[in-house]
Design a protein around this ligand. Structure first.
Ligand SMILES: *Cc1c(COP(=O)(O)O)cnc(C)c1O
Length: 465
């Protein structure tokens, strides 16, 4: 399988290269040159498979030629054996035709484990074969950092540096990262906010000369194709469980960077009958505004009770735009260049095509808390604030009452106790037993100034030591 850039002028890469690449050299994002596609009969035949076996069937074409099938199957089975539920991604029914897909049974209690646990193994495997070592550097407002650290702590060929804004992530989120005392893991608490952390990471990627031994930085955010790929699986898995492919299914997805819901779109392109994909946003509604007005305009960043969806632009939306513009990389390059200096208008044909499949809604914190309360009242089920935006958007965007909608629960409510308390349901979610240790374990992190030189010097010192 070859991968091409959404901006059309970077070289095509194979799977191994694309996992290590991050952004394409033309500024675009990598997507498969051609998607595999499966018939209804084939999809139907997978109904009885375990999660990891289904992953093998769906993902094998993406890694073909780069990773032998046996090795890939072993990585998948190890990855999903770490999840604390025998179904890996169980469904819970909350109304006659409404389901919640629990994606928080991985080691760090958020859906990012599905991809990052696999990515860690893929990286180690690929780097072993090449005899290389790399440095992962990332910024986090919470979930990505802990999932990335958990996914890479056992990697022999990877050192990982995660920047978080000092005193601005929740206690649970910080402890999930800082109690990992592995020799290849460094947590940096930056004296600044999340945007500062992200800017420090971006600047470091642009000039990597501080890595004196010639090693390269690798990105583990959702611009990395392997993350998107891994997320395709649970759409098919959940749909099969509620009667696909005979019965079309809809999904509602709490969305920030458009990575997760783009994987749902790909599942549809590969043959899964999907009736509707609902983009659920919080007050950071850049995607909801695109869907309603056709205009892509950076918003101001709002801090909400669902912090993992607090974004002002949605990087992976470019991957959808590429398809909406008939995969014409030149047009995307032009549009994104205009977007650097201001809002852009998407053409009417592209928007009409998008609206056939996608709907959207935006829930502010008040609506999110009310929704958590309503669902707890009606069926005793406790949602985290991210998942609540998904269920709320499903209610708003439902086309008819017979439609089967699966809302993705992207995090465990115990990760966001403060938001759940605001919802006033009268109970507080407890952290599952396998994570209790973080409250008593030793923490390790380094507080550094919001200055690129200080961060890069620290990294070089640690890597040289
Ligand atoms: C990252 C995250 C999201 C947003 O996912 P995207 O792929 O960025 O759209 C939603 N909910 C939770 C809990 C997350 O951690």
């Amino acid at each position: 399988m070859k991968y091409v850039s959404t901006r059309g002028s970077a070289p095509a890469l194979d799977f191994e290269e694309v996992v290590l690449a991050g952004l394409a050299s033309d500024g675009g994002l990598y997507v498969p040159e051609r998607l595999p596609s499966f018939s209804k009969v084939e999809i139907e035949s997978w109904r009885e498979l375990r999660y990891d076996q289904l992953a093998e069937c769906l993902l094998e074409p993406f890694v073909a030629g780069a990773i032998p099938a046996d090795d890939f199957q072993r990585m998948l089975s190890e990855t999903y054996a770490e999840f604390r539920h025998p179904a890996v991604a169980p469904l819970v029914q909350i109304d006659k035709n409404d389901w919640v897909l629990e994606l928080f049974h991985g080691p760090t209690l958020a859906f990012k484990d599905f991809a990052l646990q696999l990515l860690g193994r893929l990286l180690d495997y690929i780097l072993d074969r090449r005899g290389e070592r790399v440095v992962i550097m990332g910024a986090t407002s919470g979930d990505t950092g802990s999932a990335a650290i958990e996914g890479c702590r056992h990697c022999h060929n990877v050192d990982i540096f995660i920047l978080h804004p000092h005193q601005r992530v929740s206690d649970v989120q910080r402890r999930q990262m800082t109690t990992v005392l592995a020799d290849n893991v460094w947590n940096i608490a930056v004296q600044g906010n999340f945007d500062d952390c992200q800017n420090l990471v971006k600047a470091s990627f642009r000039d990597q000369s501080f890595l004196q031994d010639g090693r390269k930085l690798v990105a583990v955010n959702s611009i990395n194709w392997a993350r998107i790929m891994a997320q395709i699986v649970y759409y098919v898995y959940a749909a099969l469980a509620v009667g696909a492919p005979q019965r079309p299914v809809s999904f509602s997805v709490p969305t920030g960077n458009f990575g997760d819901i783009f994987a749902g779109y790909l599942a549809g392109q590969m043959g899964l009958p999907i009736e509707q994909l609902i983009i659920a946003t919080n007050k950071n509604d850049v995607l909801h505004r695109i869907m309603t007005s056709g205009s892509y305009d950076r918003g101001d960043l709002h801090h909400t009770l669902s912090p993992s969806m607090d974004i002002s632009i949605s990087s992976n939306f470019e991957r959808l735009m590429f398809d909406l513009y008939q995969r014409d990389g030149k047009q995307i390059a032009n549009l994104m260049q205009q977007f650097d200096s201001g809002p852009i208008e998407l053409n009417a044909a592209a928007m009409a095509q998008a609206r056939e499949l996608f709907s959207s809604a935006s829930l502010d914190d008040t609506a999110t808390c009310k929704l958590i309360g309503d669902i707890y009242q009606s069926c005793g089920y406790l949602l985290d604030p991210h998942s609540a935006t998904g269920v709320g958007a499903a209610q708003q965007c439902r086309r008819d009452s017979a439609q089967t909608i699966i809302s993705l629960a992207t995090a465990h409510p115990a990760k966001f106790p403060e938001a759940v308390a605001k919802a006033n349901v009268g109970i507080s979610p407890s952290v599952p037993p396998h994570m209790q240790h973080i409250f008593t374990s030793e923490e390790r992190y380094t507080v550094l100034a919001n200055e690129r030189a200080a961060i890069n010097r620290f990294m070089a010192e640690q890597l040289g030591a």
